[in-house]
Design a protein around this ligand. Structure first.
Ligand code: FAD
Length: 527
């Protein structure tokens, strides 16, 4: 799946103003990378009263942050490892992530919600094993628990998940995690940061670091939308490298001899039609050939299955290998009576995990904290890598704390993000879709989609007066969202819209391809 596209980008006035500010002002903190980590850091720093700039070379979330399993979780697999190795630090990581899970759900209730997951059990002894493990998961969450996990009998398991293999099924254990829209969460973080004063631009690449007296004092950047753009400097007291799998590339801009600290691993997902999952319950496949787990989840009206784990090269558009797609289908077949064929695959994509190699040396401060790492070089470049979407807020808090120390910055306050609602959260009503149906005459699926994608801002999408025609048959996305994405959500290219503001390219590559030209027209027509 290509998520970049080759169409001419749009450059409305607001984008030009952002670029002019990046080129002319001096920032307390300049962040390279607009994924979960960079966007989270921009929000954390801006709400502390710091002057923040951010550049993302492609689109926000175009890297790993739009390619996750979309779970807001403590990690049941990490818990199993913690138990097996009696690893207290691993228990602490799971507990912390479970607390971040609760904060994310509270601060962005339109984009994230609790999801029940069934773990099917085929061996009698497995039932107490999974039940005890998932009860421990509840216990670690403590007051942040979503709902208690419990045993589900065979008949109920089959009633709720009729596609499951009947033969040998003993029952299931139900537990809860969160589920969210990763790319929309990412752009919402950027918008919220901007509302607090940050200046953030996508499609601006950091090409080099600027140094004075051996200290990093900014970056040389280029606008990738304007074909004739010249590189320009952005000045900053501290530069944060939040480039995910590309963190080592940016570190070598600082120090060509820097030892690599990351290894990449590719995780592939496939999307299947809706009939492979009930609309309100996910499945945890507890055993895979390579000793991992696999999730099969209802997501945006289709079924998301993943993920795999195999060593990979770092590249901007990793492609899903056929062998990984075959692996996923093989496992679905193993657990399902419902036949599944490669032709059922509507879309597939690969994301790169930046795995931090522990024991990294060669930096003035190398702080291994939680499951992410922050490294500050002798010239003051602050690099953050690792972690997961669920813990983006905690990572952001830690890296901004580090930047404050490195740059001797004077924020107005400490981190405020634990209880900071993201844009669209304030005034959000789970049932707000009914007003959109009655007052605006929208079909239920469209009203539900707008309510959860934009929260309390959903009426704004319609107020612009653009058409409420569907973009693609069978999907709730409407034409008005394209202009909104361009005017309020930084979209420059059709694939910014199709892949990350709406999620059509992730759900159905064919349907997205069929409407790409229409989206390009809509981006141009009312610019
Ligand atoms: C397969 C898979 C499944 C996952 N599932 C989950 C899950 O269900 N739940 C969960 O909590 N976590 C999950 N994760 C983890 C989560 O997705 C990542 O931890 C998170 O997205 C990493 O965000 P990031 O901002 O660090 O990196 P990225 O999202 O990769 O962002 C880095 C950005 O830096 C930009 N960049 C690079 N170089 C430059 C430059 N020179 N100039 C400007 N910009 C630059 C890139 O374009 C990119 O957008 C999953 C990860 C993978 C791979």
């Amino acid at each position: 799946m290509s998520t970049t596209g080759s169409d001419t980008g749009q450059a409305p006035e607001a984008r030009r103003a952002r670029l002019a500010r990046l080129a002319s002002e001096r920032f307390d903190v300049l962040i390279i990378g607009g994924g979960a980590t960079g966007a989270g850091a921009a929000l954390d720093a801006a709400t502390r009263g710091l002057k923040v700039g951010l550049v993302e070379r492609f689109d926000f979330a175009q890297g790993t942050s739009s390619r996750s399993t979309k779970l807001v979780h403590g990690g049941v697999r990490y818990l199993e490892q913690a138990v097996k190795h009696a690893d207290r630090s691993q228990f602490r990581l799971v507990r912390e992530a479970l607390h971040e899970r609760a904060r994310l759900l509270r601060n962005a209730p339109h984009l994230a919600r609790p999801l029940p997951l069934l773990t099917p059990v085929y061996g009698a002894l497995e039932l107490p094993y999974y039940f005890t493990g998932l009860k421990l998961y509840d216990m670690l969450a403590g007051r942040a628990n979503l709902r208690p996990s419990h045993l589900v009998g065979r008949a109920e398991a089959l009633a709720r998940f009729p596609m499951l293999k009947h033969e040998g099924l003993k029952g299931a254990v139900e537990y809860y995690d969160g589920q969210f829209d990763d790319a929309r969460m990412n752009v919402t973080l950027v918008r919220t940061a901007e509302a607090h004063g940050a200046v953030a631009s996508n499609h601006v690449e950091a090409l080099a670091l600027v140094k004075r007296d051996g200290r990093v004092t900014g970056v040389v950047a280029v606008d990738r939308v304007a074909a004739t753009a010249r590189p320009f400097e952005i000045a900053a007291r501290v530069v944060i490298n939040a480039t995910g799998p590309f963190a080592d590339v940016v570190r070598t801009l600082d120090d060509p001899a820097a030892e690599p600290m990351l290894k990449a691993s590719s995780g592939v997902h496939v999307v299947l039609p809706a009939r492979f999952s009930p609309s309100d319950t996910g499945l945890l496949i507890p055993h895979t050939e390579d000793g991992r787990v696999l999730f099969l989840l209802p997501w945006q009206g289709r079924t998301l299955v993943g993920t795999t784990d195999s060593p990979a090269n770092v590249e901007p558009e990793p492609q899903p290998e056929q062998s990984a797609i075959a692996y996923i289908i093989r496992h679905v077949r193993r657990y399902f009576d419902l036949p599944v064929e490669p032709s059922d695959v509507l879309a597939a994509w690969s994301g790169l995990r930046p795995l931090v190699e522990l024991g990294h040396e060669g930096a003035t401060t190398a702080r291994l904290s939680r499951d992410h790492t922050i490294v500050t070089s002798s010239s003051g470049l602050v690099t953050i890598a690792g972690g997961k979407w669920t813990t983006y807020r905690r990572m952001a808090e830690d890296v901004v704390d580090e930047a404050v120390g490195v740059g001797r910055l004077e924020p107005r306050t400490g981190s405020l993000t634990k209880d900071l609602p993201l844009m669209g959260a304030e005034g959000f009503d789970q049932n707000g879709y009914t007003a959109l149906m009655h007052d605006r005459g929208l079909p239920e699926d469209v009203a539900r989609h707008l309510n959860s994608a934009y929260g309390a801002l959903a009426p704004q999408v319609l107020d612009a007066g653009a058409s409420t025609e569907r973009l693609a048959d069978g999907y709730p996305y409407i034409e008005a969202e394209v202009a909104y994405a361009r005017d309020h959500e930084y979209a420059c290219y059709p694939d910014d819209v199709l892949a990350r503001r709406l999620r059509l390219a992730f759900l159905d590559a064919g349907a997205a391809g069929a409407v790409r030209a229409r989206v390009a027209d809509l981006l141009r027509s009312s610019a």
